[in-house]
Ligand binder design. Sequence first.
Ligand code: KG4
Ligand code: ZN
Length: 381
Amino acid sequence: MLILGIESSCDETAAAIVWKGERILSSVVASQVLTHEKYGGVVPELASREHLRKIVPVVDEACHRAGLSLAEVDAIAVTEGPGLIGSLLVGLVYGKALALTLGKPLVGVNHLEGHIHAALLQNKMQRLAGEPVQEARFPNVTLVVSGGHTSLFLVETPSPQVKSPTPVFTYRRLGQTRDDAAGEAFDKVAKLLALGYPGGPVIDSLARFGNAQAVEFGRIKMRGNPLDFSFAGIKTAVLYRVRGTAIAVEAEERRAWRKRVERATVDELRAHCSQATLHLIASFQKAVVRDLVERALAAADASRVDSIFVSGGVACNSLLRERFAEAAKPLGLQVFFPSPALSTDNAAMIAAAGYFKLLAGQCADVSLTAHASLPLGVNTL
Ligand code: KG4
Ligand code: ZN
């Protein structure tokens, strides 16, 4: 069962061919970072145009790398939402057109469901390769944490006692951000400090040169659902720490310098950062990571599950990975992360999620359309 996955919800045009939701034959991601970096964020109109230019070559490249023709693919899975509507439509319309012309089944996949399946796909691949890793279990709690989303889900499959021919996954949303996503906070803080775009990777690299205890950011308190998130406050707290200080002057100097250089390496950036800036970056990262880890552990405890998936672009963060491992061990919790390439947006995760939907008979027809807002699962609250 070979599934062609197509993903175009934000600023990556991606296509992949995945066998039975467990073996990646090819995965191609065309990033638009160079297009958007001078704006410090994704410009929707430019993103749609880039997808239009890339979608056909990217799908062709995925087939080429897998050594397959489109006719040999068994089904097409495409992201239907949530995301930027213009971007989504490019992948969706192309996927639909391919399914129609090739006479193949079509499956619409929620982008968040894709991120959840990235962690399962990673686990299956590692086990197939004979690596000594625990088998991913359900029910679990999944934290999807990226530039557009920060949500906690309870992910379940029917218990083995229920004679279900195929594993149908169900998702219950336990909590979500009420304002900025965690990755968005990384990106905005990086923009404020003129560190470049996307902000997460650069903050991750620079934070190790600062003292994370230097600036105290209080714990983020949530009224109502304690499993919801909010990162707007910490972003504003960083702004107040910067405004009118030498850090702001230094950031403007860095901005002017960055305009003169084509691309700055982490070492060059570090050389252009004072120790006070590095301390601020490290402290900000620590506070965001602490919040993500604590709420995910609280969700696992409240749901009485013994494993956690962490997926989405921010799952690449090295401190987040370290802290999850440290915090989970004494509690006997297993934490599963996709590889960095599977954590950020990609189409292999869409193909993997699409495989299970296809098995469950959840195929789409020509009426499939894109949705900028598309909740996954039921809200438990
Ligand atoms: O999943 P993704 O590729 O796209 C969305 O669905 O949003 O995630 C991109 C986000 C960006 O905000 C980026 O800054 C963040 O993931 N990110 C990171 C790291 N790598 C990427 N954030 C923190 N640390 C990282 N190492
Ligand atoms: Zn994503």
